[in-house]
Design a binder for this molecule. Sequence first.
Ligand SMILES: Cc1cc2nc3c(=O)[nH]c(=O)nc-3n(C[C@H](O)[C@H](O)[C@H](O)COP(=O)(O)OP(=O)(O)OC[C@H]3O[C@@H](n4cnc5c(N)ncnc54)[C@H](O)[C@@H]3O)c2cc1C
Length: 327
Amino acid sequence: MTEKQYSGVLIFAQQKNKKIHKISYELLGKGRLLADELKCNLIALIMGPEEIDVQELIYRGADKVYHISDEEIFNMPDEVLYAENAAHLIDEIKPEICLFGATTFGRSLAPRVAALTGAGLTADCTDLKIDDDRKLIQIRPAFSENILAHIKSDVYPQMSTVRYREFNEAIRDENRKGEVIVAEPVKLVQSSVEILEEIEKDSINIADANVVIAAGSSVKSSQDLNMIKELAELLGGEIGASRALVESGIISKEHQVGYSGNRVKPAVYIACGISGAPQHIAGMKESGIIIAINNDPSAPIFNVADYSIVGDMYKIVPEIINALRDK
Ligand SMILES: Cc1cc2nc3c(=O)[nH]c(=O)nc-3n(C[C@H](O)[C@H](O)[C@H](O)COP(=O)(O)OP(=O)(O)OC[C@H]3O[C@@H](n4cnc5c(N)ncnc54)[C@H](O)[C@@H]3O)c2cc1C
């Protein structure tokens, strides 16, 4: 198959309980730019029940939406069934670029689709560009964020996962027109995965939080963490953590901010006793207002902070809590 036979930018639109995940709109935002540059269609692929509002994908920039509609097959996040169906469609329509969100589900799905379609896969991209030969340049940090690798694929489709909160969501325009194609699922596949039950964890959604209060290795016990929890509650925020704090076992990995954790973009990020290693900064530098509390005036976190508070967080955080309570 020559590269000329491939055309279009395809994004995988993730949904759960008929609700489209925001990463889909971020992929549409970036996908639209790539498709305009390549002068080709932007295609969204979504799998799930009939009732999903797929028109929204058109309002957000898709020229075509393939909706593989089935209540039963897609009611559980079974990557094997999703992958078979995605690969089947990709083999049929031959997009030159396929983008998946680097969510937990997307990270598990995309390699399976790549294997089934014979594509390569670049994981966790932070930027995507088109070069003079129409090839996709897939940019991602490497060597602990110390360099940005530029990766090109020799095979088609060129496939990447893209980090959540990396690109801006596509702007919604109700005047946009597009085509919705309802496709039949591949029902023959037999998943070897049996999902007995889906258990909802205490919903911590740090990536979407508007306020994040993050703590570092300066927190030495669960009891110490209580003041961070209290401040987060008072400000209606979520608790973030450095990897050092996660590794100490005081807080779970879902709270980790950074290169190997969550990427966050809250309006306000308060870093309490976090040194500001590059791997941590990578996950929070896009935050609106960054406030750092650290007793070391030379801590690198102050280089990215809008407000720097030099001092002992065990004194400063309770003072902030008291001030907020007195309001
Ligand atoms: C491949 C790789 C991936 C990584 N991914 C991540 C990641 O996703 N996220 C992440 O966070 N890290 C990540 N790291 C680890 C990272 O390099 C740092 O080790 C980690 O971020 C340090 O966490 P910390 O700032 O909490 O701890 P430390 O570096 O120990 O800093 C603690 C800070 O707290 C200050 N402090 C201590 N006591 C007080 C007090 N009473 N009041 C005020 N300040 C105080 C100190 O001055 C110091 O600056 C990764 C590393 C590698 C190699």
